[in-house]
Design a protein around this ligand. Structure first.
Ligand SMILES: C[S@@+](CC[C@H](N)C(=O)[O-])C[C@H]1O[C@@H](n2cnc3c(N)ncnc32)[C@H](O)[C@@H]1O
Length: 268
């Protein structure tokens, strides 16, 4: 396993980015276990669905953006033993945990890089596939970020993402609101000071994100970025959202707004 660092000056970052950098500084130690427990063990299932949606095939080079402690990268390698994975994240603390996970792996198989999703340090079309997890709420311009992610995927390559969602059905939405407003802050407080902050932050962050960027608009960001056959899968009544698409093979203008109607939304 090797690493190369793109140093990042927190001082030059936007308030949203500074908040994300600060939030993840204190989380890596118990991140894997607590993120699973606080989602009632749904998010490992969502991560597996994300990797199934990406379906990496033999010999492919995959970029995992917002790799964090490397859980998606590990799942990618488990599914495709002769793929190579590059994990990138802006948090040095989260990456340190990922480095522990992959300490026995050769650098030809896993490479971890500190860097920004908004300006990836890779040439155009340099990956066969790209995954990203819980990223878009932390960036200032989700549409521009999706375009930057699509830029590094070769024509015909696959892109898949996992984000939290707000359940669309009234009863499930009520239960989600109750849990994120009352349950999550209490459980977070029981875990640690850092997780108490996550418990308070997560519900308003997810709700606010979809108020600013409704799901159909996010589908449009993908299409404008040159991604086609966009599919949206709501999981666990909509608490998790897995999206997948392919990078358009031909170059040319992005489709207009009516293309948004093409996105297929399924629930499970
Ligand atoms: C909730 S964690 C997800 C980690 C992991 N992918 C998983 O499956 O749990 C979100 C990660 O996104 C990273 N992140 C947030 N904004 C980013 C950005 N603009 N560029 C790169 N990484 C970012 C954070 O540092 C954090 O590690």
């Amino acid at each position: 396993m090797s690493s190369s660092a793109t140093s990042h000056a927190d001082g030059a970052a936007s308030p949203r980015k500074r908040e994300a950098l600060e939030l993840f500084r204190g989380l890596p130690r118990h991140y894997d276990a607590l993120s699973a427990a606080l989602s009632f063990w749904q998010d490992p299932r969502w991560r597996r669905a994300l990797v199934s949606a990406l379906a990496p095939s033999s010999g492919q080079r995959v970029l995992d953006v917002a790799t964090g402690t490397g859980m998606v990268a590990a799942e990618l390698l488990a599914r495709c033993s002769d793929c190579s994975v590059v994990g990138i994240d802006q948090s040095a603390a989260m990456l340190a945990r990922a480095r522990e996970r992959f300490v026995a792996e050769p650098s030809t198989r896993v490479e971890l890089i500190e860097g920004q999703a908004e300006s990836l340090p890779f040439p155009d079309a340099s990956f066969d596939a790209l995954s990203f997890t819980y990223l878009l709420r932390y960036v200032d311009d989700p549409a521009a970020t999706v375009a930057e992610l699509a830029r590094v995927v070769r024509p015909g390559g696959r892109v898949a993402s996992l984000e939290f969602g707000v359940p669309p059905l009234a009863l499930a939405r009520w239960a989600w609101r109750f849990y994120t407003a009352a349950g999550l802050p209490v459980l977070g407080r029981l875990a640690s000071r850092e997780w108490a902050q996550v418990g308070r932050f997560l519900g308003p962050s997810i709700r606010g994100f979809y108020e600013r960027h409704p799901l159909q608009q996010i589908v449009g960001y993908w299409q404008q970025a040159g991604l086609e056959n966009v599919q949206v899968r709501r999981m666990s009544l909509g608490g998790g959202i897995v999206m997948q698409a392919s990078r358009r093979a031909e170059s040319g203008p992005a489709p207009g707004a009516d293309a948004q109607a093409d996105a297929r939304v399924v629930g499970s």
